[in-house]
Design a protein around this ligand. Structure first.
Ligand code: UT7
Length: 324
């Protein structure tokens, strides 16, 4: 017998305000056609003034707890992935912990940009497997609208705000790929490429928050290669085949990248959860947002095999294979 982390609840939250491509085309030299053709994005949500990452995170986390039927007081670990924290410190996770009233256990942020949720899930899974947590909240939450250069058409059209969360709980498993729960996670980073996607400020360098800068074409090229290899790694580690995967729930950066990964796996697009058209790229929030949507509309069912994968600044990339 081994300990597995079961996903027992999912939840998400999107800010009320929707910003269409047409609205952005009135601000920068772009068009609805260009954005849809190159990215698949039609709209994104944007946090209201005074609405912070911790506010989005708390709402998503509360919904995940409600879905799981678990009280906040039962949570003994919070791992929150974000690149847009409320403040440099304390962690956004600490604020969420206070909001939910689940004091005492560890609560901390993980920073791996768009791969943040897969990183956070892997960290929480390892706490559970090591016997150091029994019920954990894993959250991805971002307010990327706050770090965008609204004059740079190459980046400002790509991102959105939102949050998603899962509750994971320790349960016994037999160690095989037929177990329920997180079967395997794989994380990577290659800091040599850190200048291809970065924010040009920070407390230690400029004492300002800075704005997002990206060499999109280069990031695209690396994403296709890295995602293919980290997906392969997850299958190899479990002895599972692409045909065993019921749902691909990828990071939602670009429709073309997602379709490329599905094609490599030989997966029909009907088995891919796609939210990029409505959410745009919400960085660490995109996977839990997509997962929560597919669980709540009944697509993702108990017992099904779900593959999560992401790539982001750093570069960082990772995958997780989960039986729901
Ligand atoms: O989530 C973290 C990981 N991030 C990603 O995975 C993002 C990866 N990259 C991408 O998704 C794509 O590279 C982009 C969507 C960012 C860009 O698409 P692309 O097909 O790689 O376009 P490009 O950067 O090669 O630009 C093509 C043209 C350029 O014009 P020229 O130089 O060919 O005259 C750009 O200046 O499109 C121009 N362009 C735009 N035109 C209209 C760039 N942004 C825009 C825009 N509207 N918003």
């Amino acid at each position: 017998m081994i300990t597995r982390s079961l996903i027992v609840g999912t939840g998400s939250y999107l800010p009320e305000r929707v910003v269409t491509n047409a609205e952005l085309a009135a601000r920068v030299d772009t068009s609805d056609e260009w954005i849809i053709e190159r990215t698949g994005i039609r709209q994104r949500h944007m946090a209201a003034e005074g609405e912070w990452t911790s506010d989005l995170a708390t709402k998503a986390a509360q919904k995940a707890l409600d879905a799981a039927g678990i009280a906040g007081t039962d949570v003994d670990l919070i791992v929150l992935a974000t690149a847009t924290p409320d403040r440099t410190f304390p962690s956004t996770a600490a604020t969420v912990q206070a909001n939910l009233g689940c004091f005492g256990g560890p609560a901390f942020d993980v920073q791996a940009v768009c791969s943040g949720f897969v990183y956070a899930l892997s960290v929480a899974d390892n706490f559970v497997k090591a016997g150091q947590a029994k019920t954990a909240l894993v959250i991805g939450a971002e307010t990327f609208s706050r770090i965008l250069d609204w004059e740079d058409r190459g980046t400002c059209v790509l991102f959105g705000d939102g949050a998603g969360a899962v509750v994971i709980q320790a349960a016994p498993g037999d160690g095989s790929a037929t177990d329920s729960g997180i079967l395997t996670t794989h994380l990577h980073a290659d800091g040599r490429h850190r200048e291809l996607l970065y924010v040009d400020g920070g407390p230690s360098s400029t004492q300002t928050t800075g704005l997002l800068r990206m060499h999109g074409r280069e990031v695209f090229r690396h994403a296709v290669v890295n995602l293919a290899s980290v997906v392969e790694e997850a299958l190899e580690a479990t002895g599972l085949q692409p045909a065993d995967i019921d749902w691909l729930v990828p990071h939602q950066a670009n429709r073309r990248i997602i379709e490329g990964t599905a094609r490599k796996l030989g997966m029909a697009l009907e088995k891919v959860v796609m939210t990029v058209d409505r959410h745009a790229n919400t960085s660490a929030a995109s996977i839990p947002l997509a997962l929560a949507e597919a669980v709540s509309d009944g697509r993702v069912q108990k017992g099904q095999l779900v593959l999560l994968e992401a790539m982001g600044g750093g570069f960082t990339w990772g995958s997780a294979l989960v039986r729901m």
